[in-house]
Design a protein around this ligand. Structure first.
Ligand code: ZN
Length: 237
């Protein structure tokens, strides 16, 4: 049995923490009653202080998701915390694929193109940069206009009409920059953009679909030429 844990997961305890992904990690209940935890999110799944790709866990294992959410496996999937014999032995991320390829000994690994992932990454990254720039520009304009208006106001007292005109210009500028804030991204928009990226930033093998560990396209090309889960080969075409 498999349980997806996340804001839109199938786990028992609902999660609303916005730093947790919609599909954050996956718990597999193994035949022998042990549990395998697999990370599916760019935000990472942490067990015993270590980010994991895949780990064997027990009901009492504390799992940290996103920036601040944490719960034991038992709490998440609705088990009573027992001192079972399958107690926490989180295998660190390096020992990845314990039986990942499901025993099928296919002669040569399949090959999948990762070219489309370049667009996925570029779109995501360019929007991030654009949003950062918009934010920086808005902050600058707002700070400048604030100072301008503050200086213009006392001029009303000394120079009458000239002061009024300058103050009006300052106030209009403030209103204009306030409207400009609308162009910035809201927290919800950013989250759904990240979720969309998480959903697309996956192994190109349709039978695998695991979240990619590479943090950007260049890293994917340089360091991750094959999938740690399904063993398929990544190529650029
Ligand atoms: Zn794969």
């Amino acid at each position: 049995m498999e349980i997806i844990i996340g804001r839109q997961g199938t786990q028992k305890t609902p999660i609303t923490d916005p730093t947790v992904s919609r599909r954050h990690c996956k718990v597999t209940v193994n035949g022998d009653g042990s549990y395998t935890l697999e990370n599916l999110s760019q935000s990472g799944t942490i067990v015993n202080g270590n980010p994991i790709i895949r780990a064997t866990v027990g009901p009492d294992t504390r799992i940290q998701l996103g920036q601040s959410y944490s719960a034991t496996l038992g709490e998440l999937i609705g088990l009573s915390a027992t001192k079972s014999s399958h107690q926490t032995s989180a295998t660190p991320s390096s020992s990845v694929p314990a039986g990942a390829s499901g025993g099928q000994q296919s002669a040569s690994p399949k090959t999948y193109s990762i070219t489309h992932l370049q667009h996925v990454w570029n779109d995501f990254n360019n929007t991030n940069l654009e949003m950062e720039n918009t934010q920086r520009r808005t902050n600058l304009v707002r700070a400048g206009l604030g100072i301008f208006t503050m200086c213009a106001m006392p001029l009303c007292y000394f120079f009458g009409p000239v002061g009024y005109v300058l103050t009006a210009v300052g106030i209009l500028g403030n209103i204009y920059s306030f409207v400009g804030i609308k162009n910035a991204e809201t927290a919800e928009e950013r989250q759904s953009r990240r979720d969309a990226f998480d959903d697309a930033w996956i192994c190109p093998n349709p039978e695998c679909g695991h979240s990619l560990m590479a943090k950007n396209y260049r890293m994917l090309v340089r360091n991750h030429q094959s999938c740690p889960y399904c063993k398929c080969k990544y190529i650029e075409k």
